[in-house]
Design a protein around this ligand. Sequence first.
Ligand code: SF4
Length: 480
Amino acid sequence: MQGKKKYQEKLFLNFQLSSAVPEDNFYRRLNQIIDFSFLYKATNKYYGSEGQRSIDPVVFMKLMLVGYLENCNSDRRIIAISKLRLDILLFIGYDIDEELPWHSTLSRTRQLYGEEVFMDLFKLVLKQCIDKGMVSGKRQAVDGVFVKANASLDNMISNDILADAETYGKELEENDQGEKTVIKLETPPNSTQKQKPANKTHYNRNDPEAKLSVKPGKATALNYLGQVSVDTFCHTITHIQAFTADLRDSDCLSEVVQHLKDNFQGTGLEVEEIIADTGYSSGKALQYLEDNNIKGYIPNHSQFVYRRDGFTYSKEGDYYECINNKHLTYRGTYLAGKYYNKEYRIDRGECKTCPFKETCSAYGKHASRITDTVDRPYYERMHLRMKSPEARTIMRQRQSTVEPVIGTLVNFLGMKRVNTIGRSQANKCVTMAAIAYNLKKLLKHSSERANDRLKHAIPCPITRYTLFFKLLVRSNQTTI
Ligand code: SF4
């Protein structure tokens, strides 16, 4: 007989939240593994002794975590999801009939707390990962990722407008003091022609720290630059930080390594090797690694020329000798863009009769010249290191370590874009995404360990039978 379910709502229910959530539920296990109570002390300084009670710091942090674990970076949606999920309600300590905090409380509290509160939680989770043997510390793979800013390209305004506004403000002040001046705002030439926005000439009205950047094959966007460091042993995130997107990866390396060291302080772990891609290649970055006794595996950028065809360098005399046995001597060090270059030159008169001048790469209009980076020794050492077979294996390891981690953060843990304004707030967002990643990894690691223990303790019937059979065969063999 066909059944038909009828729903009749009960006025009173006898319901216990903890009995409705299974013991092996992710959030339930998460509650058992992490003690968030340190947050009361860490956030105490942000509150006064009187007034309305704030949101519980532990509830706030747990709701933030829920947002990243559920890949949702809207505060409104975090509350909506939490209302409908029994396991999340149990995780944050709210009963089904209790009113959840208002969504704007989340963004206000996030702004209120300093970056160090989020970093403390990151370090706490990382410490647990280290205690569980998930981090070796020795080899770290570093990479950068653009995180979309909460700003629109339509809101870009020119820096000139700001300068005009300042002049206008000053002139207004002067007028208030009684001096009558005629205010004349000059219209820029070609004002009808729209200037293409760039970081030097424009900024975003809502988020001035969001910078224009472009990924190969993608459209220009306003982004932040997230720097992620991953331990190659178990793919645990050991550091994450948001920078403004106008910086290059190489500019961020020294700060990332310094924070990595801080994160490992007191754990007995030490960073010995850094693996990164060509974007991290710069004289300053390589020098920093060498000064700190860290072995870098970073392919040199394409502008660096290890050997110039037709020229040999003499270290003793600091000159280049060309194929025509002429010397290009050192003439000075000049700043080119952000970097210092050494210049080697020979007068054009000496090259006039040279039979190789058509093919000579140094031959120029006024003189034949070669420019060379002042950091050549660092690049040369790196070039030789990268030629070794060990380096090839290590670079393959980089690809399989940090890139999948970044993919997970962007696609599944809410790091595609930030819903906040400013670099400091963006840093809190990327830190929370990394905490969510490490927590997932920690729980998976713990359950795998538990399963392993279980398997060894109580072998399944098939394993038991196989073991018995093997023993039987062995005993028969010995008797024969
Ligand atoms: S052109 Fe000048 S620098 Fe070049 S190979 Fe001839 S002599 Fe040497």
